[in-house]
Design a binder for this molecule. Structure first.
Ligand SMILES: [Zn+2]
Ligand SMILES: [Zn+2]
Length: 164
């Protein structure tokens, strides 16, 4: 089964300067909410707000602080199963400029996306940023995985029928 992508943010407490890592699962409901910042009214908004939508509930996120930070990969792997919904509703990422935000999460483009081709065009233009690309790659991986699983199931049923 394809591994659900994680967004890993390196953060620092503004007063204590204590470093931490916030990791959140990019499941199908987790997306940029352009209405939670000023992206819809201000083209140069440097902020991306990541949420699971109104019906999606809190983000599936975890925060790691020292001494969990090193080695980070092991810490993430070990605690991935414990991705908890601890009431983290929104993560707002503030970039130095609009370019960073565009690269990360794109913009409220208003593209009409009814077909795979239209979606690909929107992604190709960078409207959904890297966040959109990663989510689409995961979605495709899941589709392929499910197709393979279904085909294998069909083989098993076929073999069982032959033995009768
Ligand atoms: Zn914004
Ligand atoms: Zn678009």
């Amino acid at each position: 089964m394809p591994t659900e992508p994680l967004l890993v943010l390196f953060t620092q407490h503004p007063t204590t300067r204590q470093p931490s890592v916030v990791a959140l699962s990019l499941d199908h409901k987790t997306a940029a909410n352009y209405h939670a910042c000023r992206c819809t009214s201000l083209p140069h908004c440097p902020i991306t707000a990541v949420e699971r939508g109104t019906s999606g509930g809190p983000l599936r996120a975890m925060r790691l602080g020292p001494p969990d930070l090193l080695p980070l990969s092991e810490a993430l792997r070990a605690r991935r199963g414990a991705l908890a919904r601890r009431g983290m509703i929104r993560v707002s990422v503030c970039f130095a400029g609009v370019e960073g935000r565009m690269e990360f999460a794109g913009l409220p483009c208003g593209c009409v996306v009814r077909t795979e081709g239209e979606l690909m065009e929107c992604l190709r233009r960078g409207h959904k940023g890297r966040l959109g690309l990663v989510k689409e790659m995961y979605r495709r991986g899941m589709v392929l995985w499910n197709q393979n699983r279904f085909e294998n199931l069909v083989d098993v049923v076929g073999a069982a029928d032959l033995r009768r």
